[in-house]
Design a protein around this ligand. Sequence first.
Ligand SMILES: N[C@@H](CCC(=O)N[C@@H](CS)C(=O)NCC(=O)O)C(=O)O
Length: 216
Amino acid sequence: MIRLYHVAQARSFRVLWFLNEAGLPHEVRQMSFFDKSLRAPEFLALSPAGRIPAVEIDGQVMFESGAILEYLAETRAPVLGRAPGHADRAAWLEWLHFGETIGQHLANLTQQHIVLREDWMRSPTVMRLEVKRLEKCLIAVAEARRGDYILGDFSAADIALGYGFLIGQRFVRPDHPAVAAYWQALSARPAFQAALAADGPAQIYTQDFYEAPADG
Ligand SMILES: N[C@@H](CCC(=O)N[C@@H](CS)C(=O)NCC(=O)O)C(=O)O
């Protein structure tokens, strides 16, 4: 039995998308950022810093979305992984974990625009810088693709990266054909659509777009 502890729009979306791609039966436990449940001892026993996602996979408890994708690919869905010895093993690991390089920019922008509630707490300089750094990552990924996806055939690396494209468009929309083409390929996948339908009501991003303050 696979149980996913999930918050709508959070990095647990990666695991939700993976489970749908792999057709793995699962239960989604919808959690909240607002009711202190992520700081409850029962949840901290699963994820010691109270972070989302956490999963239980036939009794194996895990946190860290990239590690969960790797483990699920290795144990349940090899087609979404690139096993040791595969020619694309190193590239698969690089891109899978590059998802969290993008994730850092998303987290910084989310903190600046949403978590910090008063204007005086925010830094327009950080907001603009993070937009530029996020944009550079999205373009780098999109240009590195071999065909539709990052390694040619779809894999868990596209899921880890794809979350960055899903949330990244709340902060930056590069006018770049490769970015548009990658997003088109990712968002057309039935499993992506199924995961979106199961995501739950918005908990983090309530605006379509969060504009960085103009320079000067
Ligand atoms: N690198 C971790 C990041 C986990 C993380 O920070 N998740 C956020 C949601 S996207 C969270 O739980 N935030 C709540 C908090 O910081 O207390 C992963 O990919 O699983």
